[in-house]
Design a protein around this ligand. Structure first.
Ligand SMILES: Nc1ncnc2c1ncn2[C@@H]1O[C@H](COP(=O)(O)OP(=O)(O)OP(=O)(O)O)[C@@H](O)[C@H]1O
Length: 234
């Protein structure tokens, strides 16, 4: 059984029908990548899974249970976390306070905290700094750390490399590969070079429809399909 299974998910925002038919399965473990041009519906797909938009009709099954229509906090309690494109960190709070707020009981599990320090040493270094003073890459690390400070089964991550320097992106790729060994990641990306290093399974969304699903190794060598679906030319 897939960890997450979307079937004919449709989402309207106000009067606009944004998602027309989103159908794909995310297997358990590793990194699954959702690609698509600007405005194709990637963020709307993640927000619909998380319950931040209400998909209707269609189903969103998580471990076989239909979670479509549940409140976002109930979906989070089932083990799904969302790392939004704007990162969602609290600028006026320190790194430590941002992480405390992301815990269920207001305190850390030492093993998880140590893992976060190992993945993102800058967060230990800037532990008492307010988040607004961090670089873009460090804010992104904090945003991902907030998602994994509690045990999660699935993390939805929206365009984590946007605006980051190549050296930071390399570190982020290593961190995601390591996180993907114990937690499933559904990653939305525009940076195809980053995505193709990480993804095992993948899907392409185009104008609110899933236009392609397959494996990343196959898609990575199919330049004609990349050009057709993403307007990428090699
Ligand atoms: N709050 C909103 N109100 C109206 N339309 C919206 C809203 N949010 C998104 N849309 C529209 O829905 C479509 C899909 O947007 P979405 O943000 O999901 O695309 P995306 O693939 O994530 O794009 P990008 O890569 O640019 O972030 C776009 O046409 C967008 O204009």
């Amino acid at each position: 059984m897939s960890l997450l299974s979307l079937s004919q998910m449709k989402t309207s925002i106000g009067q606009y029908h944004v998602l027309h038919d989103v159908t794909f399965d995310v297997p358990e473990g590793g990194v699954f990548v959702l690609l698509g041009r600007n405005g194709a519906g990637k963020t709307t797909t993640l927000r619909s899974i998380m319950g931040l938009w209400k998909p209707s009709p269609g189903s969103v099954r998580f471990r076989g249970e239909d979670i479509a229509g549940l409140h976002a906090s109930d979906i989070a309690r089932k083990g799904i976390a969302f790392v939004p494109e704007n990162m969602g960190v609290f600028g006026g709070l320190t790194v430590e306070e941002n992480l405390v707020l992301a815990t269920a009981k207001g305190k850390f599990d030492d093993v998880r905290l140590k893992r976060i320090y190992d993945l993102f040493p800058a967060l230990e270094q800037f532990w008492t700094k307010q988040a607004w003073s961090l670089s873009g890459g460090q804010k992104q690390m904090l945003s991902v750390a907030r998602a994994i400070i509690e045990p999660r089964e699935l993390i939805l991550i929206d365009e984590p490399t946007k605006g980051l320097a190549p050296s930071i992106i390399d570190g982020m790729a290593e961190a995601f590969a390591e996180i993907g060994q114990s937690t499933t990641i559904l990653l939305v990306e525009q940076n195809f070079n980053f995505a193709k290093r990480l993804g095992q399974g993948m899907a392409v969304i185009d104008d609110g429809h899933i236009a392609h699903t397959g494996t990343m190794p196959d898609f990575a060598v199919d330049t004609a399909l990349q050009e057709q679906l993403l307007s990428l030319s090699s």
